[in-house]
Design a protein around this ligand. Sequence first.
Ligand code: G1P
Ligand code: ZN
Length: 542
Amino acid sequence: MPEIRIVSTRPFPGQKPGTSGLRKKVAVFAQPHYLENFVQAVFDSIGDIAGKTLVVGGDGRYHNRAAIQTILKMAAANGFGRVMVGQGGILSTPAASAVIRKYRTFGGIILSASHNPGGPTEDFGIKYNIPAGGPAPEAVTEAIHARSEAISEYRIVTAADLDLDRPGEQRLGAMTVEVFDPVADYADLMESLFDFAAIRAAFKAGFRMRFDAMHAVTGPYAVEILERRLGAPAGTVMNGVPLEDFGGGHPDPNLVHAHDLVEALSGEGAPDFGAASDGDGDRNMVLGRDFYVTPSDSLAVLAANATLCPGYKAGLKGIARSMPTSAAADRVAEKLGIPVFETPTGWKFFGTLLDAGKATLCGEESFGTGSDHVREKDGLWAVLMWLNVLAARKQSVADIVTAHWREFGRNIYSRHDYEGIDAKAADGLMEHLRGLDLKGKRLGAYGVAVNDDFAYTDPVDGSVSRKQGIRVVFDDGSRIVYRLSGTGTEGATLRVYIERFEPDPARQDIDPQAALADLIVIARDLAEIEARTGRTEPTVIT
Ligand code: G1P
Ligand code: ZN
């Protein structure tokens, strides 16, 4: 039996999970006791773990394997009965959620910093997902944080590293470690939701797509599902080999970082459909030939067409979206006669609604879409739902989205990010905005109808989350929202979300930056962005 060591330690400040887990530079995680403290704080905060099963895996980024070895040894020392590890330490975030649910485990630990770059000088991250499969709710993350501030020792066994590449069972003291295929269960779940026969037939008839895995975790999932099970030609998946540094790229599926894909989808002869996913496989970007679908529109279009997919034939119970996400989905919900929920930013807020059967589809403007099949957003799921809709409607992406605008009106939308700004300046800017009282005032051509800092009361468990973003809503429904990112590891990132509704079909085919120009100026002036941050332009526009 390996020896269980009880190691004395001291708290590290700042082990506070953000929008999605604890994210820091690799160097921070790699220092002695740092990861161990946080993992012990998790184990101490989630109830009775004796004999239970835990799922562990990550997006394959630098430090993934080393962290998994530590977690396994700590799980054994803390009394878990079994740990299921994705082969090679790989598990996409949605696949981890699927596996936690399928095998009814006592949750899981996912190692990822999502779309943040990877490598020795880049980011690493860790989060605990609860037995329902979703990110730990705030009460749990707060308990973990509190525990991390009081920790004085952790438990770990002394043992040789396990072989993470050999499928099957190994022993670690009294605990069993099971290395399993990270793709199979997830691929089976996708096959149960979508009309694979129709999609296969479309590929056979010449439908062409590109999927950009961005050298991140979805490569093996996409190859298995798109190329093997659906028969798309080899080469459909680009950048399909997961690399520890994502090939030096920034694995964020947006127009800036997924430029290979954007290029592949432009011009005559380009494929019919393009999609990309992020570091850990929960985000998606969807493109048609020379056509970009905003994530907010994607949610609305998928909701309007959901019954074309076998898994959603019975219709949707409701739609949930994060507050900064455009109201496009609300118009679909209204027509379908189903409720819509507006939650704070972060997938963890959808969990209670999904568990309670109040919502079926969820989405965030930040390239996140998902459903009640798991408790995370799911990149490949969104791609497959689009493929199912395209195969059923036999129209182009552009035609489907444009027809959607004609029917429901278009919520013209853009997000402007100011990355890496001074943290103090960012806090000052938010304080300045909080101090404004704009209700009833005029800004340019717009009268202000609502001005507040968004607060949310969870309709299922009654928990309250405050300070979730400054809203300036105008009389005509146009809107500016400001919030600071909770996922960065350097300085601060200000996100400004701008939206206007355009019901007139003759005016819908317009570049969003042009259509929103006056609101963009108002947004910059109101927040004094240039004076406070020194920035004249955002770093990323989506
Ligand atoms: C960002 C997105 C948010 C998403 C999160 C995790 O968080 O804005 O919608 O849930 O990443 O993928 P933020 O950096 O804005 O706090
Ligand atoms: Zn992600």
